[in-house]
Design a protein around this ligand. Structure first.
Ligand code: GRF
Length: 195
């Protein structure tokens, strides 16, 4: 299965998928990486791996951004789109063209700790402040709202006494890497239906 990625930052989840595909653990091919951030680790990792990488943002493309993203995904024949730390909403054309073919990874157990403002350390801080004993990872279909589409899979991660947002983030991120690969594998094999 051909994968397209959108990512805004570090790109460690992208890297986990690239590595799994290379090792033959995931029957998929990363075909294109798109970022709104020209300095993102994700674009750098893509270039290192020889994957076509594009900086497409509202600054570079203005009103035409949605169309430019869709065009890049189509040109590289992406069949499934993975949002791996993408901090922007997708436009209506891309959402319509790839309906039920776009997944997002979120570092908490949605529907808790999701939505506007719930990203990065904010999520883990909120989990600790709420006194949760457990957090985790959610992989879900993407729709018009942040962190909102149908949940496809969740993994649980314990919150330990004395956790700081940083220690918790590290534990969750480690699980994200394995869980994203596992879940994409299930999607590719048809074990998790998207429709
Ligand atoms: C991850 O925690 C992911 O769940 C969230 O953004 C972060 C991206 O990290 N959506 P990375 O760029 O993959 O390292």
């Amino acid at each position: 299965m051909n994968l397209g990625f959108l990512a805004s930052g570090r790109g460690s989840n992208l890297q986990a998928v690239i590595d799994a595909c290379r090792r033959g653990e995931l029957a998929a091919t990363p075909r294109v990486v798109i970022s709104n951030n020209s300095a993102s680790g994700a674009l750098e990792r893509a270039r290192q791996a020889g994957i076509p990488a594009y900086h497409l943002s509202s600054h570079t493309h203005g009103e035409g951004l949605d169309e430019a993203i869709l065009e890049a995904l189509r040109r590289h024949e992406a069949q499934l789109v993975v949002l791996a730390g993408y901090m922007k909403k997708l436009g209506p054309r891309t959402l319509a063209a790839y309906r039920n073919r776009i997944v997002n990874i979120h570092p908490a157990l949605l529907p808790k700790f999701g939505g506007q403002g719930m990203y990065g350390m904010n999520v883990h801080q909120a989990v600790i402040t709420a006194g949760e004993r457990e957090t985790g990872v959610t992989i879900h279909l993407v729709d018009e709202e942040y962190d909102h589409g149908a949940t496809l899979a969740q993994a649980r991660v314990p919150v330990l006494p004395g956790d700081t947002p940083e220690t918790l983030a590290r534990r969750v991120l480690e699980r994200e890497h394995t869980f994203l690969v596992e879940t994409l594998g299930k999607i590719v094999r048809g074990e998790i239906p998207l429709d």
